[in-house]
Write a protein that binds this ligand. Sequence first.
Ligand code: HXC
Length: 510
Amino acid sequence: MSQIIQQLEAKRAAARLGGGQKRIDTQHSKGKLSARERIELLFDEGSFEEWDMFVEHGCEDFGMGDQRVPGDGVVTGYGTINGRPMFVFSQDFTVFGGSLSAAHAKKILKVMEKAVQVGGPVIGLNDSGGARIQEGVASLAGYADVFLQNALASGVVPQISMVMGPCAGGAVYSPAMTDFIFMVKDTSYMFVTGPDVVKTVTHETVTQEQLGGAVTHSAKSGVSDAAFENDVEALLQLRRFMDFLPLSNKEKPPVIACNDPADREDFSLDTLVPDNANKPYDMKELITKVVDEGDFFEVADLFARNIITGFARMEGQTVGIVANQPMVLAGCLDIDSSRKAARFVRFCDCFNIPIVTFVDVPGFLPGTAQEYGGIIKHGAKLLFAYAEATVPKVTVITRKAYGGAYDVMSSKHIRGDVNFAWPTAEIAVMGAKGAVEIIFRQDIGDPKKIAERTKEYEDRFANPFRAANLGFIDDVIMPHATRGRICRSLQMLKNKDQKNPWKKHDNIPL
Ligand code: HXC
C-alpha cells in the first residue's frame, strides 16, 4: 500500500514539474511565473483542487507519441478567493508552449461546464503558443468547442481572462468572448496576425509589444481592461477584482462588512463643480468620496478616458459606476466611450449589479471621424444597454446633461429608478450659447442682444428645476449628501423586480 502511495506522490511530483525545471527557469527568466505558481497566488492558500493532472494528449504524429507530459499544458480545477469558489485553467507554457491540443481543450471545457452547472466564475490564465501544431484540425476543433462554451456561459457566470503570455491567431477569440480581459505589461501580447505577417501584407514595421502588448490593448484598442506591471500585481489585483463580482447570474452582488457610515457627508463636494461651466473637474474625486472607503476598482482606465467605469461598494454591496469625465474631451460621448460603457452596463445587468451613474455630459462628440465611424450605432449601444437594464439604476447629474446624451445617461425616461441632480445641474437641449445662436440667429450681429438672450436662456434652463418640475428628476440634492442619498435609494431598490417582455434575445446595435 505504502509503495502505491509513494508511486502516486512521484507521479504527482512529475506532473507538477510540467515541462521540466529548465523550462520553468526560462519562464522565470522572462519575468513570468509558472502556471502553478500563478494559481497559488490567485487562490486562498491550500484551497486549490486540481483536476485532470494525469490527462495526456492522444497524438501520434510528428514523434508526439514519445512526448507525453501529464496535464498536457494546462492546469485546471477550482479553489477559493477570500472563501468564495471559483474555477480556473492556467496554461503551462513549459509544456509544448502551452499550446492547445484536443486533450488540453477537454480539460478547459470540463471546468467551464461545471462552473455553469454549479454557478462559479471561470478564470483563464492564458499563456499559450496557440493551436498545437502537431494535432492540426483536432486542435482547431478544441478551440471551437471552447468558443462555443464561452458563448453559452456568457451571462451565466462571470468569465475573466488574464493574458500572461502569448495569445495569437484565432486563440484570441476565447478571451475576446469573456467578460473582462486583463494583461501583463511586457510579457503578454494578443494579435490576430503577428508582426511578420503584418510586415508582409501591409509593409508596416511594428514590434510585438506595439502591435498587441498590454498597453496597446488597454489604451488604444480597448481589447484589454487593464495593464498590470507583472504577474504578481496582476494576480493580486485579480483577487481584489473578483471580490466585487457575484458568482453567477442567480446571485445578488456580494456584500462585505463596511465601516463607512451610509450617511457620511462630504462638504468638499459642495465646491467640486467650478463656477465657470467650461472648467473641468475630476469626476474620480466625486466617485472616491462617495463610495465605501474610497475603494474604486476602475475598469478600462486607459481607454476612452472621457467615461469612467468600474466597481465600488455602497454599504458593502457591489455597485457598477459609470461616470462622464469632464477632464477628457469635456466628458463628451464618442464611439469608444459609448462602446466601453455599454459593455460595462450590460455586464452589470447580467449579474444583478446595481448601476450608479454620474452625469456631466455636453453631448455627443461632433466631427466626420465620429460620423464616419458610426457614432450613431455606437452611441445607440449605450442607450440600448441602459434602456434594457433592469437592475437598480441611480443617477446623479452634477452639471451638464445636454441633448440626446441626457437621455442616454440613465435618464428617467429609460427607466432610471432614482434620478438626482445637484443644484449646479444644467439639463437642456444644449448649452445657452449654442441655443441662442440658433433660435435668435437674427440677433447674431448684436452682442448686447445676444448677451441678454443668453442670460435669459441660462436663467430658464441652466438649472435642474425645469426637469424637476416635470418629475424627470426625483430631487435636487446637496452635493455633500450624495453618498447618503444614493445609499438610501439602493436600500429602497434592494428587492426591485422588473422584467422585460419575453424574447429569444434582443438585437442590440452591435
Ligand atoms: C506546438 C509549440 C507551439 C504550438 C510553441 N510550441 N508553440 N508546440 N504547437 N503552437 C513549443 C515550441 O516548439 C517550443 O518547444 C516551446 O513550445 C516553446 O516555444 P519557443 O518558440 O521556444 O518559445 P518562445 O521563443 O518564447 O516563442 C513563443 C511563440 C513561438 C512566439 C509562441 O513558440 C511561436 O511562434 N509558436 C507558434 C505560434 C503559432 O503559430 N501557433 C499557431 C497559431 S494559429 P520546445 O520543445 O523547444 O521547448 C492558432 C490558431 C488557433 O493558434 C485557431 C483557433 C480557431
